[in-house]
Design a protein around this ligand. Structure first.
Ligand code: GUN
Length: 283
């Protein structure tokens, strides 16, 4: 059966829209999200545009900053410092990846803790691993956990295998599942006996960026499959899972597109609303 990220994210966005309306009536203010895009990466442009469009639909104020590919690191950091000081900005998102000459770590460190709606700062990452319910959590894993909650899928006691150890998905995903009481294995492209490990998993999160990598013979009957991959190939757009052949074997699976992607964007709005409420002392 399909874990419908499109439908679920629409429900979440509807809930946020309603809450924003009430907040605006009460205090006459709405949350502001600043989005910074450096360069011309086509995938990043699509993501950023959908986030800006979403802001308008839901009632957030958005502040888009498009910087050229050759912007200096210092100039980018100064844009972030200005956004940190801007009272109308509750959340700051710098779209990754950044050009090679810019140090991503420095960029993330410059974003104010209270405006880190990506949840990428070491403090937020640390709080996630400590199981702190009030931290701002990275959007992709957060969206995946939200899917589990809304479809009432069990996590406690399950064997989870995550393929991919990125700071954006793999590592924080592990933190979430550990907190929920699962047994977690994080693999990567060099993992020995990967197929064997996958075969033992109740839940697989595929996030390594290789089209159709996870095949039907690597998957246990009845497993839950989460596909984070977005691979644009000459034959079209594919996830990291061979959906056509894997879907009949598993109990639940996320499609690509329409699975994890829209949930990630919904969680960004949720995080921005949370940051706003905290900054304005509404909670
Ligand atoms: N690039 C891919 N996913 C993300 C994300 O969740 N946040 C940011 N800032 N960049 C990304």
């Amino acid at each position: 059966m399909i874990l419908d990220g499109k439908k679920t994210s629409s429900q979440i966005k509807e809930e946020i829209k309603e809450e924003l309306k009430k907040i605006k009536e009460k205090i006459g203010k709405v949350p502001g999200l600043a989005i910074v895009l450096v360069g011309e990466n086509p995938a990043s442009k699509i993501y950023v545009n959908s986030k800006i469009k979403g802001c308008a639909e839901l009632g957030f104020e958005s502040f888009a900053h498009y910087l050229p590919e050759n912007v200096t690191e210092e100039d980018l950091l100064n844009v972030i410092r200005d956004l940190n000081a801007d009272e109308k900005v509750d959340g700051i998102l710098v779209q990754l990846p950044l050009p090679k000459h810019i140090d991503e770590k420095k960029v993330v460190e410059t974003i104010a803790f209270s405006k880190d709606v990506d949840g990428f700062k070491p403090e937020n990452m640390g709080l996630l691993f400590l199981g702190d319910k009030n931290s701002i959590k990275p959007c992709t894993p957060s969206g995946i956990v939200e899917l589990f909650k809304r479809y009432e899928l069990e996590v406690e006691g399950k064997d989870v295998v995550i393929i991919g150890r990125s700071n954006i998905v793999g590592k924080p995903m592990a933190g979430f599942f550990i907190n929920e009481g699962a047994t977690v294995t994080i693999c990567n492209s060099k993992t020995k006996n990967l197929a064997e490990k996958l075969k033992g998993a109740d839940i697989i999160v595929a996030a390594m960026g290789v089209a159709k990598f996870v095949k039907a013979d690597m998957v246990k009957d009845g497993a839950v499959i989460i596909d984070v991959g977005i691979n644009r190939t000459e034959e079209g757009l594919f996830g990291d899972v061979d959906f056509e052949n894997v879907a009949p074997k598993c109990s639940w699976i996320t499609p690509v597109p329409g699975g994890v992607g829209p949930m990630t964007v919904a969680m960004l709005f949720k995080n921005t609303l949370s940051a706003f409420k905290r900054n304005k002392k509404l909670v």
